[in-house]
Ligand binder design. Structure first.
Ligand code: HAM
Length: 432
């Protein structure tokens, strides 16, 4: 019979990978503390309607990628495909609209999208995200970008590119959409089938279609950036000034619209620099963003809260880990024990369990093999672990409340009272 496998696009996380995860989470935590973002964990499941309304009914995520089901009680729930709608729901539900603004959150956890399995796209993947709610000022946009840039820098990324655009707001976007649709209609027959559908539902998305023939059409399309209303124009200009002040390497990309419906004004993505030392495997990943985000001034209201501007972004953890490995970034290996506690006989085994706990309380890492009875095989293990000292508790020693301490390198050994063992080990470890 075939063995059970983890579901397609979902992977076990263990060993070295988890060390990378831990490192990334620690960097996020430090940066979040500095910038005053609090941690938030919202449920993995939310009402399906939250994403339909929030992420947007016409998006690929809602149309094709959600894991949704009906509970036994008849509720329609969805495994969260992204974090922002859940955080906005919590912000409204927990009465945070009355708190001093901005209210700032960060998160790190699993997300789920029914993707076609391909390189660096998973059905369960991890994101970390930062969201700032309540302030409409452009300095917030710049600070969110800077936070993600800092995190990636801290993780050892060197040549990052920030792509940036403004997609306007409810004042200027409808007029732009009309102009764009008029232009795209005249090229309708050359668009791919997906874009023909988008033309009706979400024409802006045609601008970032990856198919060549659509890109050619998009390349000559009127651009939002030339049609921003005064407010959006000034906002964007100000964001750029802040980025320049912070010396962040950004590029304007008029075709960047992002795949989620809630964005207004600033949108951005951060890409890794190309990895010249590793051609083939990095080509695909070079083209996919590590971070995506932007402003979403209408989302809180859309989800039945007060009118509240907001801005945020999220990054894909697996992609970051993949690139850190490619770049040869090693994680420090876990600290190895320098002491092995060996025991022979029933009474010694019982006593060693207690001695072992004493070491834990004193924060001294000790290896053991309580499941073994033979001294020879325990010493062999100690040898394999290359510990400095072995403590040996035999029947005679146990009866006399003593223990043998043997230095592995020289074979020299000494019998000491059990009650002094912690002190003696501490002294010897310090000496080395
Ligand atoms: P997103 O662009 O859909 O934005 O996802 C952000 C990042 O998550 C991507 O740049 C990518 O690195 C990673 N990612 C997305 N899908 C997958 C996948 N299937 N497998 C592996 N990694 C993936 C959002 O999710 C928004 N909530 C970001 C945001 C926060 N905007 C405002 N606030």
């Amino acid at each position: 019979m075939a063995k059970f496998q983890s579901p397609t696009g979902m992977h076990d996380l263990l060993g070295e990978d988890l060390e990378y995860f831990r490192k990334i989470e620690n960097v996020c935590r430090d940066i979040a503390d500095f910038y005053g973002f609090q941690r938030i964990e919202t449920p993995i499941l939310e009402e399906t309607e939250l994403f339909e309304k929030g992420t947007g009914f016409t998006t690929d995520i809602v149309q094709k990628q959600m894991f949704s089901f009906r509970t036994r009680g008849g509720d329609f729930l969805t495994l969260r495909p992204e974090g922002t709608p859940g955080i906005v729901r919590s912000y409204i539900q927990q009465g945070m609209q009355n708190l001093p603004k901005p209210v700032k959150f960060w998160y790190f956890g699993p997300f789920f999208r029914y993707e076609r399995p391909q390189a660096q796209r998973f059905r369960q993947f991890y994101q970390f995200g930062f969201e700032s709610l309540g302030v409409e000022k452009p300095v917030i946009d710049a600070q969110i970008i800077k936070i993600f840039y800092n995190i990636l820098k801290e993780l050892g990324f060197k040549d990052l590119t920030i792509e940036l655009n403004s997609i306007g707001d409810s004042e200027c976007r409808p007029e732009y959409k009309r102009i764009l649709v008029k232009y795209l209609r005249s090229h309708q027959s050359n668009l791919c089938p997906d874009c023909r559908r988008r033309l009706r539902e979400n024409p802006l998305r045609i601008l970032d279609c990856k198919r060549e023939r659509c890109q050619i059409i998009a390349g000559a399309a009127p651009q939002m950036i030339d049609r921003l209303c005064k407010e959006c124009h000034n906002h964007f200009k100000s964001v750029l000034e802040f980025l320049e002040e912070l010396e962040l390497p950004y590029q304007l990309n008029p075709y960047l619209v992002r795949g989620l419906d809630y964005y207004t004004k600033t949108v951005f993505e951060i890409f890794p620099g190309s990895l010249k030392d590793d051609k083939k495997s990095s080509q695909e990943i070079d083209k996919t963003a590590l971070v995506g985000g932007g402003r979403y001034d209408d989302l809180v209201k859309l989800l039945r809260g007060k009118d509240t501007p907001a801005c945020g972004a999220a990054a894909g953890v697996e992609r970051i880990v993949y690139l850190m490995k490619l770049k040869g970034r090693k994680m420090p290996s876990p600290k190895l024990p320098q002491v092995f506690l060996a025991q022979v006989g029933e009474l010694p085994k019982r006593k060693s369990l207690k001695i072992f706990e004493e070491f834990r309380i004193n924060k001294i890492k000790v290896a053991e093999a309580f499941h073994k009875d033979s001294l020879i095989s325990q010493l062999r293990m100690a040898d394999g672990l290359a510990v400095k000292f072995v403590l040996i508790l035999g029947q005679k020693e146990a009866l006399e409340e003593k223990i043998i301490i043997r230095e592995m390198k020289t074979g020299k050994q000494k019998i000491i009272p059990i009650k002094n063992v912690i002190k003696e080990v501490k002294r010897r470890l310090k000496k080395d």
